[in-house]
Ligand binder design. Structure first.
Ligand SMILES: [Zn+2]
Length: 313
C-alpha cells in the first residue's frame, strides 16, 4: 500500500501540474452560463407524504451487469463473469428480499442487460410492485458520444425495447454512469419522462431549471455517498459493508427527521453478494420497524410530488 502511494504521488502531482484551468479567467457571465443548463428550481418535498408518512424511501437498483463492459468492447470471460453475477445471483437475492418485506423498488436497466438476460424484466415485474426505468441502451457514456443524434438514437432504441419488454413505457430516467451530456436534459424532456434520477444537487425532490426555464421535470437526486460502488467491489475502498450500512442508516435517520426522502442506489452485481445483502436486509428491517415510512418507486414519488406541487399553486 505504502509502496503504491509513494509511486503514485509524484504522478498525481505531475498530472495536477498539467491540468488546464480555463475557469480562472472566466467572466461572471461565463461562470453563470457554465452552471445554467441544469439547476435547482422549486423544492418539491410535499407538506405531507401519503397516509401522513414521515419520509419517502426509494430503493433503486441499476441493473448494469455486463452492459457497461460490452459498451467498451470487453470480451474477457473473467471480467464479464463478475458482471454476470448480477443476473445469475444478485438480482434474484434482491427480489427475494424485497418480496419478504413486501416493498417496492425501481430498477433502472440498460436495454442490452435485458437483451442478454431476457428473464430479468419478467422476474422484476412478477410481484407487480416494482418499476422499470431507462438506464441507456448499452450503458453508453453520454459525454463521450458528442452527438445529439447518436444520443437520441440510443435513447429511443432503449425506450422502445423496454416499453415492449415491460409492456409499459418507462417514465423514469437515470443516465448511464450518472453522466449527462449537454444534450441529455433536452432529449429526455423531448421523450416526455416524468422524472430524472441522475443529478445530485439536493437530497429531497426538486424541479430542474434549464437555462432559467422551469422544466416541469422532477429530479429525484442520487449521490455517490448513497451508492456502494466507491466502497465495494473491485475498485472499492471499504471492505466492511457494515460500516457502509451504518452510513446509509444515518442518512435515512436524517431524512426521517427532516421529513423528506431517502433514495439509495445499488447494483445487483455488487450488492447482490452475500455480505452486503445481509447489511441491506438489516437496513430494510430497521426502516420497516419505524412508523410512517412510505416505501415507494421513483414513479410513485415523482407523481405524488408533482401533483401536490400543482395543488399548492
Ligand atoms: Zn449504471
Amino acid at each position: 500500500m505504502k509502496y503504491f502511494a509513494a509511486l503514485l504521488l509524484p504522478l498525481l502531482l505531475q498530472a495536477q501540474a498539467n491540468i488546464q484551468q480555463p475557469g480562472t479567467n472566466w467572466t461572471d457571465e461565463q461562470l453563470r452560463k457554465a452552471v445554467a443548463p441544469a439547476r435547482v428550481g422549486r423544492k418539491l418535498t410535499p407538506k405531507s407524504w401519503p397516509n401522513n408518512a414521515k419520509v419517502a424511501v426509494c430503493l433503486s437498483f441499476d441493473v448494469d451487469n455486463e452492459a457497461f463492459l460490452l459498451a467498451r468492447g470487453e470480451t474477457s470471460p473473467t471480467t464479464l463473469s463478475a458482471a454476470d453475477f448480477g443476473a445469475q445471483s444478485g438480482l434474484g437475492r434482491i427480489l427475494r428480499m424485497l418480496d419478504k418485506y413486501k416493498i417496492p423498488a425501481s430498477f433502472f436497466i440498460p436495454a442490452v442487460s435485458a437483451v442478454i438476460h431476457p428473464e430479468q424484466i419478467p422476474a422484476i415485474l412478477k410481484s407487480g410492485r416494482h418499476e422499470i426505468g431507462v438506464h441507456g441502451w448499452i450503458h453508453e457514456f453520454l459525454p463521450a458520444l458528442q452527438s445529439a443524434a447518436e444520443e437520441e438514437r440510443l435513447l429511443n432504441q432503449a425506450i422502445d425495447f423496454l416499453t415492449k419488454a415491460a409492456g409499459k413505457r418507462p417514465v423514469g430516467y437515470r443516465a448511464p454512469a450518472w453522466a449527462f451530456s449537454e444534450y441529455t436534459l433536452p432529449l429526455i424532456r423531448k421523450a416526455g419522462f416524468l422524472y430524472d434520477s441522475s443529478l445530485q444537487a439536493m437530497d429531497e425532490p426538486y424541479e430542474i431549471v434549464a437555462n432559467g426555464e422551469p422544466t416541469g421535470m422532477v429530479e429525484l437526486a442520487i449521490d455517490w455517498t448513497l451508492t456502494e460502488t466507491p466502497y465495494l467491489g473491485r475498485s472499492g475502498t471499504m471492505p466492511n459493508p457494515e460500516l457502509l450500512y451504518q452510513l446509509y442508516r444515518a442518512e435515512f435517520d436524517g431524512a426521517y427527521q427532516e421529513g423528506t426522502m431517502f433514495l439509495l442506489t445499488l447494483h445487483p452485481h455488487v450488492t447482490g453478494h452475500r455480505a452486503p445483502m445481509q447489511q441491506l436486509e438489516k437496513l430494510v428491517a430497521y426502516m420497516k420497524s419505524k412508523p410512517g415510512v412510505w416505501f415507494a418507486t421513483g414513479e410513485q414519488i415523482a407523481e405524488y410530488v408533482k401533483k401536490t406541487a400543482k395543488e399548492a399553486r
